[in-house]
Design a protein. Structure first.
Length: 208
């Protein structure tokens, strides 16, 4: 590839996006595509520290503080990992990104959505994915899949997470050229095949 491609996987809790993103990167590499997996927050020293505060601790945080921390970590992720990889012509697959902050702290947390969207985009210098795969699953069904201790965000009430899902779907309706909604209730292998088909089609389009 002569230039990189930035794509994200996002969605409600239990949608399988982290596993699917890693599988997708493995598939791309096996087919000769230089691909890199990153996660938000994470994949930088600052991101890992923020992840502990935002997800692993029991520290009470208001939505504005959460948003500021997520966005700050994202700025570092863009500077250290995403932009350099794109400049090297790689495909960057990111587990969560800007849409997650809009869905969680905006639609579900109560922050003004247009303001939060603008702030988040400006902070990352407009570095947005060319393509987003939104893995959608009903809230109760997603939580039924969790087989580990819940993190701080997952411990929020189901009503909060229903607003998260509704927020994601609202974002997708607003940006259909970038976001493809994928039914994550299907078996994991079926979901992965659909993701691969969507990504393969996008790669072919980028190479024309």
């Amino acid at each position: 590839m002569r230039r990189g491609l930035f794509l994200t996987l996002d969605g409600p809790e239990g949608s399988g996006k982290s596993t699917q993103a890693r599988r997708l990167v493995g598939w791309l590499r096996r087919h000769g595509v230089s691909a890199e997996f990153v996660r938000d927050p994470g994949s930088t020293a600052l991101g890992r520290a923020l992840r502990r505060v935002l997800l692993a601790s029991r520290e009470p945080l208001d939505p504005l503080t959460e948003a500021a921390l997520f966005i700050g970590g994202r700025v570092r992720l863009v500077e250290e990992r995403i932009v350099p990889a794109l400049r090297r012509g790689r495909v960057v697959v990111c587990d969560r990104y800007h849409d997650a902050t809009v869905a969680y702290q905006g639609y579900a947390g109560g922050l003004d959505v247009p303001w939060l969207d603008r702030w988040g985009r400006e902070a990352i210098g407009g570095v947005m994915p060319a393509f987003t795969l939104l893995l959608d699953i009903p809230t109760r069904q997603g939580f039924a899949r969790l087989r580990r201790a819940r993190d701080r965000m997952e411990r929020k009430r189901l009503a909060f997470h229903r607003r998260v899902r509704a927020g994601y779907l609202a974002i997708a309706r607003r940006d259909p050229g970038r976001i493809v909604v994928v039914d994550a209730t299907r078996p994991a292998d079926q979901v992965q095949r659909r993701l691969r088909a969507k990504v393969a089609a996008r790669l072919l389009r980028e190479r024309r």
